[in-house]
Write a protein that binds this ligand. Sequence first.
Ligand code: ADP
Ligand code: MG
Length: 743
Amino acid sequence: NRSTPTCSASNRPARQLADIVTGQVASPRTLRDLSLRPVSVLKTVSDRKAAQLELWGVASVLDLLMTFPRKDRYIDRTAKASVAGLDVGTAAAVLAQVQRVRSSGGHNRNRKVPVTVTVRDDTGTMEVAFFNQPWRAKQLREGTEAIFWGKVGDYRGTRQMVNPVVDVVAGVDEPVLGRQRRTLRILPVYPASAKAGLTSWEIGTFVEEALERAGEFLDPLPGEWLASLDLWDRTSAMRAIHGPESLDVIRPARRRLTFDELFRLQLALVLRRRAFEHNARALRHDVSPREITGAVSGTLVSRFLGGLPFELTTAQRRALAVIVADLAGPFPMHRLLQGDVGSGKTVVALAALLGAVQSGHQGALMVPTEVLAEQHAVAVRQLLGALDVRVALLTSRVKGKARAQMLADLASGEVSIVVGTHALLTEEVEFSSLGMVVIDEQHRFGVEQRATLRAKGEGDPDLLVMTATPIPRTAAMVIFGDLDLTVLDELPPGRVVVTTKWLPLPADEHIAWDRVRQEVAAGHRAFVVCPLVGDSLRVEARSATEECDRLRAGELAGLRVGLLHGQMAPAAREEAMAQFRRGEIEVLVATTVIEVGVDVPEATVMVVESADRFGIAQLHQLRGRVGRGALASWCFLLGDGGEDGVAGERLAAVEKTTDGFVLAEEDLRLRGEGTLLGARQQGHTDLLLASLSDPDDRFLLTEARRVAEAIVTGDPQLEAHPALADEIKLFLSEDEGEYLFKS
Ligand code: ADP
Ligand code: MG
C-alpha cells in the first residue's frame, strides 16, 4: 500500500500502536504535517522546555527533527559483555545485579569517599565505584539489575568500573527501553545550547519521542530515483541519523538527508528560473555573435569593439559571445558575470549595453557607490570614444534643473546609457525603453533592488550582474542558482602581480612606509587604508581624519597626503580623487570607499592598516586598487594574527596568492558556508547538513541540480509530484510559492 522503498527489512518501522488497534495504517507523515505541530505536543517537552526550544529557533516538531546530531560525534555504547568477558582497558556495557552496596552514608562530608557497589552476573563479580554521587546508594539497592557502561579497570585483581553510565533495568530480560536508555546504544550528540538551557541529552529525548510518534515519513522522491541515486528512504534515514543501530548507517542516512536539503534548494532555484522565463516578455535584441568576431561591421557593437585600444582577452570574447546570444534569444538574460578584479568586466558590460542601444533601447549600469558611479561614467565615455552614444551619470548629487533635464532625457530616450547609483531606483526615474540592465558589484544590492530596476523596463530587460568576488562554482550554484554563470578567468596581458607582504610586527612597519616614500619619489602614488572602526560612517570618517593627520606629522611627513572618506561632501571627494589621479595628492588616506573600482594606474603601493579586521574578500578587493597598470606594485598588510590565529590565516592566504578563486576557496574553508551564504539563505533553506567543502556533498549538489532540472523540464508545475510540490512550498515564503506555481 506504500510505494516508499525501504533499505532493509530490519529498518522497517514498527507499526504504531494506534494502527494495530484500529487495524488501519496511518498515512505517512509529510513534513508539512510535522511543521504544523508545536513541540509542546510531545510529552517529554514541558512548557518550560517548549519555551526554551522556541527561543532557540525550534518551534515545530519538524524543526526538532531537523535539528541534526553533530557529524562524527556519536557516542558508541553498543559493546556488551559478561563480567568475565570484560576486557580490562576497554569500554563495554554489562548487565549485572547489585550484590552489595557500601557507602559512607549521608554523614560523611568528604565527598571523595565513593559509593562502592559489588555487582555480579552468571560469570563473575565486579566492583563499581561512584565518586560524588552519594545518591547512587539509594538507586542501586541490593538485588537491583542494571546495565553498567564504562571502561573496565583492574582494582587489586578485581574488575572495576569507576563512574559508569547506569541504566536500571526493570527485569532481567527487559531493560528499560526507549528514550531513558543511555547504554547499549549509539548516542547522538546534538548541538546543545547552554544559553537556551538545553542539553544534548534533552534534545535527544525530545527527538526520540517525536520520531516514535511520527511513525513513517512520506517520501516525496519516487523509488526509482532513490534507487538510481543510491539513496535511502526518508523514514530510514531520519531514524538512522537520530538513533543509529550501528555506526555504519550514519553515513547513508546523512547522505539522504543532505540530498534532501540540496535538492529542495536546487528545485526552488530551478523553478524560480523557470517561472522567470515563463512569465517573461523578452526583448529580442538585434545583435549577433558575428559582431564580436568582426565578421560583421558597421553596427554599434562592432564599431565599439573595433575601436578599442586593446584586444579582448579570450575570456572576454567568450563571455561576450554568450551574452550576445542571450540578448538575441527568446528569454531575457539572467546572468552572473564573475571576474576577478581587473579582468575587464566593464568592457564586456558596455558592449552588451550597446547591443541593446543598437536595437533601439536604453541601457542602465547600476553601481553601489557614488565614487564608483563617477568613475564608471568617465571610463565608459572614454571607452566609447567618438561613438555617438549619449551617456548620463545619475546620482543623488545631480539636483535641481540638471536632474530634471536628465530625467526628461531618460524618459524621452535622448540618453542611451545611464550610469548611476541607487538613485536609479527612485520612482521619478523613467525610461523610454530600458532594454538591458547591468549591476556591478552585485553583492551590494538585494534581489528586490535588481527587480526594481528591471521593472522600469520594457517587458523584461536583460539582466547582467557582475561580481569581482570570486566564489567557488559549487557555492555559486547554491547562492546564485537562479542565474546563469559566466566566468572571466583571465586577466588582460601585461598585468603585474602585486607583491603582498604581511607585516605582523610593528617594528617592521617601516618597510611599508619606506616603500611608499620610494614609490612617491619615483612619481607613483600610494593608498593607505584606514582600519574599520565601529559601524558608523561618522566614527570611521573621524578616525580616518585623525590617522591622516598622524601620518602627515609622522611616517609620511613631507609627502602630499590627501584624505578620502564617505562623509566628505561629494565635491570634495571628487576633487580629492582628481588630485590623486593628477598626482597633486601623492598618498591617499582612505576608508574602504576605495574598495570598489577606483582605477588609478599610477597607484603602486597600498598599505592596509589593521588588516586583521578585514575579511579575505575585502582585502582582495582592496588590493585590486593597485597593480592596475604595468608598474610593479606592492600591498602591505599591517596587523597581528589575532588571539585565535584566524586573522593570521586570512592574512597569510592573501599574502600567498592573488588568485581570487583560490582565496575564495580558502575563505570558504575558514568561515564555512554559513557566512558565505549570508542573508540570502534563510530559515529552512539553510544548509544544515551539506558542506560545500566536502567533495561527496559537492557531488550530491551536482546530482540535485541535475535531477531538479530534469523534473522541471518535463513538469514545470510538478503536477506529477504533488508531494514534492507541497514540500517545496513549505520551504519557500508564501509569496514565492504562489509566484512559482501560479503560472
Ligand atoms: P574589472 O573587471 O575589475 O571591473 P575593468 O573593467 O575595470 O576590470 O578593467 C580594468 C582595466 O583593464 C581597465 O582600465 C580596462 O580598460 C582595461 N582592460 C579591459 N580589458 C582589457 C584587455 N582585454 N586588454 C587590456 N586592457 C583591458
Ligand atoms: Mg569593475
